[in-house]
Design a binder for this molecule. Structure first.
Ligand code: CA
Ligand code: CA
Length: 145
């Protein structure tokens, strides 16, 4: 599947709404990034992208990036260091396992929405949303060729 075909299947407003809803429960800042290929080590590429998108600039270092290499049907969930310092190992594993199955079934929007909701739920325990919460990172899907 080409990136164009993948993106055409996405309900982007629904995904953005899921980010807003998830951030209603947590101070964590969630974003989605889509590019065609990881070009090898998806984790490393995701880390570079995380930095490049300015996602390390949150006060609590609690940004989360769902990085998708759509033509490879691969993804990774990357949390910033503030999250890694607080949460147990394997924090994202159940979310990733569900998303893997969703991708296999071609349920891209449902899978991404579910992963975002799961991330919000998980993060709420460690990073509850304060009354004066600021939207530090715009709720958006970053799509790059
Ligand atoms: Ca926020
Ligand atoms: Ca946000």
């Amino acid at each position: 599947m080409t990136q164009k075909e993948f993106v055409a299947k996405l309900d982007q407003p629904r995904i953005v709404a899921a980010i807003s809803a998830a951030e209603g429960r947590t101070s964590g800042e969630i974003r989605v990034h889509i590019q065609p290929k990881s070009g090898g080590d998806i984790r490393k590429v995701a880390e570079r992208t995380f930095e490049r998108l300015g996602m390390t600039k949150t006060a609590l270092r609690n940004g989360v990036l769902l990085f998708i290499a759509c033509e490879e049907q691969k993804f990774t969930i990357l949390g910033d260091q503030g999250i890694d310092e607080k949460v147990p190992a394997g924090f994202w594993d159940d979310i990733a396992a569900k998303l893997t199955i969703r991708f296999q079934n071609g349920e891209f929007t449902d899978g991404i929405v579910e992963a975002i909701a799961g991330a919000g739920e998980h993060l709420a325990t460690y990073f509850p949303r304060a009354a004066d919460d600021v939207d530090e990172l715009a709720n958006e899907i970053n799509i790059e060729p």
